[in-house]
Design a protein around this ligand. Structure first.
Ligand code: SAH
Length: 344
């Protein structure tokens, strides 16, 4: 259960050892509370006098014995107690898959890691607008720097490692899944080389979820039982194009807008039929989401105005989305008709 209470100007006593309570302290301060600290049940580490009757006691579970007496007194005198999880051990890196750009598609593990972070290094494809609601950590945009230069991969790795070695819990928040064209493997290797503990939390990849946002299933019984995810960052070789067109099934292309023309022409040369359905889904789950549907032979002109971020889908599954859409539209039309008949 989650309750939202305005804590502005309210006295909150956060109990628990310093290292375990540090994130709870930041969260309550960020919520506008006047925070008092009690770091041991015996009162040592008390930061000045305690409030006579705090509005709330935020009890961090630090594993120390002896807090029961205080909590019992709160219960007896009617002071509400909020149980708070302890901050995790210090000085590690968590690579978090942030999904395609909406906080709703973050995993439970991602939300917990963000809550436990001291610093978050995020990319522009991650759901970064929602971060202030999810964490009290310092937020660092490594997608763009002032002056609009991207922070280099080597610099990102150095920032992460140095911050963890300085004792911070570092979250590296990436769009989609860290291991799908996300350079996650390189970042893990950098941490391992520096002796920094690191773990990876998988995310919802745009390769599957962005087509889904446009109603396109990447597999569909009787239509496609294979899907291949390729990067369009660099043009594919003739050999790759031949293999791709011979595979059958669905082809999903990330980072493919810049090489769209080359890909469509290459797949045609490799023998793929000109009327193969194709979709470009831009800005999935974000304002301005747009789907352009055409065929392999016509996509270059149909998608002339399309821009990144976008996922390309090539295959007969694109027709499934169209069929489902007309079915959904027919159902909606039927519901409207039924409703008007009921009113009449
Ligand atoms: N690791 C990411 C992919 C990183 S490559 C993942 O698993 O999703 C970046 C590419 O992902 C973009 O160029 C685009 O092709 C795709 N992408 C990511 N988010 C997207 C979104 N919300 N809408 C459309 N495409 C998206």
């Amino acid at each position: 259960m989650q309750l939202t209470i305005d804590l502005t100007g309210r006295e909150v006593l956060v109990t628990g050892a310093d290292h375990a309570a540090r994130q709870a302290v930041r969260r309550y301060e960020a919520a506008g509370a006047i925070v008092f600290r009690l770091s041991t049940p015996r009162g040592a580490g008390m930061d000045g006098p305690l409030p006579e009757r705090p509005f709330l006691v935020a009890a961090v579970d630090d594993g120390q014995p002896g807090w029961e007496a205080l909590l019992g007194r709160c219960q007896a005198t009617g002071i509400p107690v909020a149980a708070e999880p302890a901050s995790g051990p210090e000085g590690h890196v968590t690579l978090v898959g942030g999904g395609p750009g909406t906080a709703e598609l973050l995993t439970v593990a991602a939300v917990a890691a963000l809550r436990d972070a001291d610093v978050v290094f995020y990319d522009r494809l991650a759901p970064y607008q929602d971060l202030p609601d999810l964490t009290s950590a310092e937020l660092v945009d490594v997608g763009k720097k002032p002056g609009h230069h991207k922070v280099s991969q080597a610099d990102i790795e150095k920032l992460m490692v140095d911050s963890a070695l300085a004792g911070n819990n570092v979250v590296r928040l990436k769009g989609g899944d860290p291991y799908v064209f996300g350079r996650g493997g390189e970042e893990v290797a950098a941490c391992v080389a520096a002796g920094v503990p690191v773990r990876v939390i998988s995310g919802v990849t745009s390769a599957i979820s962005v087509p889904a946002a446009a109603g396109i299933p990447v597999t569909h019984r009787g239509v496609s039982h294979i899907f291949t995810v390729v990067s369009g960052h660099a043009p594919l070789t003739e050999n790759e194009l031949t293999h791709l067109s011979g595979l059958g099934g669905t082809i999903v292309v990330l980072m493919g807008i810049g090489t769209l023309h080359h890909l469509a022409a290459g797949l045609r040369r490799a023998g793929m039929r000109a009327d193969m359905p194709m979709a470009v889904v831009e800005r999935g789950y974000r304002p301005g989401q747009r789907t352009t549907i055409a065929e392999l032979g016509t996509i270059t002109s149909a998608a002339a105005g399309c821009s990144n971020p976008a996922v390309l889908v090539i295959g007969d599954v694109v027709r499934v989305a169209e069929a489902n859409r007309s079915c959904a539209e027919a159902t909606a039309e039927f519901d409207r008709l039924a409703a008007s008949l009921m009113e009449a």
